[in-house]
Design a protein around this ligand. Structure first.
Ligand code: ADP
Ligand code: MG
Length: 265
């Protein structure tokens, strides 16, 4: 079976600092893959390269068998790959609903507000309905008329997911979706992600919360200092020496105890 995402031999340095080296992995259609690793291990850089925000020094990114290395971001979105950001920044003067509507990449997201011709009205209604439905699923209905810059950090993360979903991606990559989100909402996010996965969406999730990883992911890829050190099931993380040492940096016994603790928490 052809992988929906294949990364080959990827390398990236910022100045003299080698952030990623010889990174290679595949994601199969339908998987929910957790991308783990200590702070600074290169997770966000990897997402930035895959989604076309920065170019690698070496290597290839294949989406559904097509080489998309260094292809502009908007084209990659049109190819079916959307992503969210670790620290989302929202426009000052647009409401939550307007931001969600503008993220509709099928063109009729923005145009109808400019050209109010008869042909565009239905498209605008469709975009609005779809945005409202997604805002509802991600529990943002109450704040949809507030300025997008005024909502909480956690709500901005949820709005980031809504925006990514407006593009109807086949592959969705999330950068720390639960960081700053109220713990009560995490279960809702897991449920929403599973629902999307049931509908055929493939997911790659950068996340630190072990409980979330266990609940949400089928497989984990672990980065340490720019190298992939493991690809295993979430329940195998605690028994993988490389992961325990790399991920938590503490003594093995201490680190494993921490992982187990997080798993039962
Ligand atoms: N644009 C950049 N310029 C210089 N250094 C960067 C840049 N982006 C990331 N880095 C550095 O690369 C390393 C990996 O960063 P990042 O990919 O954000 O890690 P992670 O997401 O795993 O925490 C860090 O040391 C970070 O400071
Ligand atoms: Mg990061």
């Amino acid at each position: 079976m052809r992988a929906i995402l294949e990364v080959r031999n990827l390398a990236k340095a910022f100045g003299a600092f080698q952030v990623l080296e010889d990174v290679a992995f595949q994601v199969q259609k339908g998987e929910i893959v957790g991308l783990l690793g200590p702070n600074g291990s290169g997770k966000s850089t990897l997402l930035n390269i895959i989604s076309g925000f920065i170019a690698p020094d070496k290597g290839t990114v294949m989406l559904d068998g097509r080489d998309v290395t260094s292809v502009p971001t908007f084209r990659i979105v049109n190819e079916g790959l959307a992503r969210t950001f670790q620290l989302p920044i929202m426009p000052q003067k647009m409401s939550v609903l307007e931001v969600a509507m503008a993220a509709d990449t099928t063109m009729h997201g923005v145009l109808p507000t400019l050209f109010r011709g008869a042909g565009f009205c239905k498209a605008e209604r469709d975009t609005r309905e779809r945005a409202m439905q997604l805002l509802d699923e991600l529990l943002l209905t109450r704040v949809m008329h507030l300025p997008a810059s005024a909502i909480s950090g956690g709500q901005k993360k949820l709005l980031g997911i809504v925006c990514a979903l407006m593009a109807r991606p086949r592959l969705l990559m999330l950068d720390e979706p639960t960081a700053g989100v109220h713990p009560n909402l995490r279960q809702d996010i897991v449920r929403a992600l599973h629902r999307l996965n049931d509908q055929g969406m493939t997911l790659v999730i950068v996340e630190h919360d072990m409980h979330f990883i266990r609940e949400a992911c089928n497989r984990c890829i672990v980065l340490d200092q720019g190298h992939i050190v493991a690809s295993c099931k979430p329940e195998e993380l605690a028994s993988n020496e490389r992961v325990v040492q790399a991920y938590l940096g503490a003594s093995v016994e201490e680190a494993r105890a921490q992982i187990m603790q997080k798993e039962v928490a």
